[in-house]
Design a protein around this ligand. Structure first.
Ligand code: GLU
Length: 319
């Protein structure tokens, strides 16, 4: 049964061939929407055009098709498919950037990477830097002077208030952006809009109601909720999923060659063993065995998804 009130999305960054971790995320986002009769959008997050050339995205679309994942709207699907590539949406980000700027919430930041990494800058546990607000109170003439030497990045000022939300997998979350990120970058010094702004504007304008994505983005969620509210969008519901890890404790990445889809497609004639293995890791079936995406959509239960990150062997087990 169709349910036009639910809209999910998969928003990959095509910086290389997709691997098991990306497939895990695309599968769960797809199942979450499809099991409820909802729609799902495919958006290509190629803000960084150098790291994400178009042939990567073309291959990604073919891989997703091979896996049996179909999209209701988006890149390669909609008539205006080009508008689902973030690299083609800078005019839209600029318009929303200006709305925040007009409210006096954005200021230029001239700090170099070196200054930000200086000893006095407090570091967060995940390696990110808590921005100390160095450029927030520069005078107009100080800004003019610095602009002669350096193109600034632009930051959005945050507030000293908790932002709370219920994650569909990790439960109640509460963050104070003053302590967790400080004023964050919305436009880089090279003019590229930052992920946090782009993803929020896109999910808002694309009427996404449910975001299913990796747990590495859990701490970005309060930043995005803050932007949604400033721009007058209703935030979607969030469900974060555990990350797939290599046996040495690293996150699966492009270097885990045997688990990227080019290798796996050489091993398997059909996607069903890969889908079955991932469905098993996601707690959806009791034993790893081949299954199709359509069969899985009939039995999908988000409450069975585990919360702990999952270690996978260097090669997919033979099913
Ligand atoms: N483009 C991001 C990635 O591939 C995902 C962004 C999101 O789901 O919000 O990691």
């Amino acid at each position: 049964m169709k349910n036009s009130k639910i809209c999910g999305r998969f928003a990959p960054t095509p910086s290389g061939r997709i691997h098991l971790g990306n497939i895990f995320c695309s599968l769960l986002a797809w199942l979450h929407a499809k099991s409820q009769g909802g729609e799902i959008v495919l958006r290509i997050e190629d803000l960084d055009k150098v790291r994400c050339p178009r042939p990567n995205a073309d291959l990604l679309a073919k891989d997703l098709e091979w896996l049996g994942l179909t999209w209701d709207k988006g890149a390669y699907v909609s008539e205006d498919g080009e508008r689902y590539f973030q690299s083609q949406r800078f005019d839209i980000y600029a318009e929303h950037f200006r709305k925040l700027e007009d409210r006096g919430l954005i200021y230029p930041c001239f700090c170099s990477r070196g200054q930000l990494h200086a000893a006095e800058a407090p570091h967060l546990s995940d390696g990110r830097i808590l921005y100390a607000g160095t450029c927030k109170n520069l005078t107009v003439s100080e800004r003019e002077e610095r602009a002669k030497l350096r193109q600034p990045a632009y930051r959005l000022a945050v507030i000293d208030e908790p932002i709370s939300f219920i994650d569909g997998n990790y439960g109640k979350q509460s963050y104070n952006l003053i302590e967790e990120s400080g004023d964050f970058i919305v436009r880089r010094s090279d003019g590229v809009y930052a992920y946090q702004l782009a993803v929020t504007v896109d999910d808002g304008l694309m009427n996404v109601t449910h975001v299913v994505r990796g747990a590495d983005l859990l701490s970005s969620t309060p930043i995005q909720i803050y932007i949604y509210k400033l721009l007058g969008f209703t935030p979607p519901e969030f469900l974060h999923i555990p990350l797939l890890m290599a046996p040495d404790g690293r996150r699966l990445a492009k270097r885990d060659k045997d688990l990227d889809l080019s290798m796996m497609r050489k091993e398997y004639d059909s996607p069903e063993p890969i889908i079955g293995y991932l469905a098993y890791l996601a707690g959806q079936i009791p034993k790893a065995e081949p299954i199709s995406t359509l069969e899985l959509a009939k039995i999908f239960k988000p409450e069975l998804i585990p919360t702990d990150n999952i270690v996978v062997p260097p090669q997919l087990p033979r099913l």
